[in-house]
Design a protein around this ligand. Sequence first.
Ligand SMILES: [Fe+2]
Ligand SMILES: [Fe+2]
Length: 445
Amino acid sequence: MSELETENEELKILLVDDEVNITKALRRLLIDVDCYDIYIANSGQEALDLIAAEPDIGVIISDQRMPEMTGVEFLQQARVLVPDAIRILLTGYADIEASISAINEGAVFRYLTKPWDDEILLKAIAEAAHNYWLIAENKRLNRLVLKQKEELQQWNDRLKQRVLDQTAQIRAKGDELALINQQLRGSFEETIEALAGLIEMRDRRAPGHCRNVAELVTVMAEKLGLSAAEKGQLHSAGLLHDIGKIAMSDKLLGKSMTDLDTKELHEYQNHVVRGQAAINMVPALHEIGVLIRHHHERFDGEGFPDKLKGKAIPLGARIVCAADMFERKLSQFPESAACSSALAELEGEWGQSLDPELRLVLEEGAKKVYSYLNISTTVREMKVSPRGLEVGMQLQHDLFSGTGVLLLKQGATFDENAIGAVQRCFMIDPFEQDICVLLKTDEAE
Ligand SMILES: [Fe+2]
Ligand SMILES: [Fe+2]
């Protein structure tokens, strides 16, 4: 038999017989076994009362033949009270039949005949004791498993809660960082927009030039399927491409390209290198600086400053170059035919100064950005004060503050933000002219 943890504990044995001699004889037999704790009852009822007081009785040995309550009747009731106790019936030969049926009904573990053989009786009790401890051990282990299962479940629940809490914390931190990032990105873009405004103030001949180029290169990047990051870079490069012109002399800025002498031409060409150098201190603008440096390279290799040729010129710089050239041509024509005339002017440039693969995207982009130039004359034109602005109105001419800062460029459609910005600016730097607007309709070509 295997060693059980509970087996060394004291086992309570209940002896039940109406004959005192029998119980005494049994006690004598069992008294020498150290781990047996003997209880005696002389009737079924007395035994039931005793069981009620000692519910951890492990083995019950009962005589069958007793007045008032037979051994089988008593054991059936005892089974209800202490179902785990091992029950043994002591019986004479005449009661064997009744005893066997009692065994079959599950009331007793086994029966022994009177007079008994001491050795057989001791062995039977030892087996009964082992069975009792086996059941007890099984229950103990089951309780242990259940307890561990509960503990494991609690651990799991706690762990799950911790993971959920930490996930929520990480998510909140992520949202916070995303917001900070968005704010930083917003102020970065606003700073670049402000720089573009300064560039345009310096070169009064080309109002809105930087913002127009930025808008056009963004649309071209979209049509080329460039990534959001590349699109953002191109937009910034469009805004800043002529930042090197800030340091140009007024005399040079006032001259047209064809009137420049060699020295002046050299200084003019320097604006691309100076532009790159001006923003080089900002690591986030390094790649934009490269596009600025190369926005006057020609596809045939005859441009400046490095005479790069063909695809050796960064794609972004080729895009800025095409948009820049188109935008400068645009201002040379009356509005009604500006877009188509400027595109026609570029005819000879594809494959020479401009990348021929960008021809289609420039044409499509220009038509999209400058669609307002083809708006039907039936559209109502009106002049309004800043207070009279409404969402959906489209600006017909560039709008400058009183001191000449370009606030919005021609073609912009007013939304609530733009109206708010114009009204705020009017308070601090009022302009005298009314704002020329027209209502955007679907009648545009
Ligand atoms: Fe330039
Ligand atoms: Fe330019």
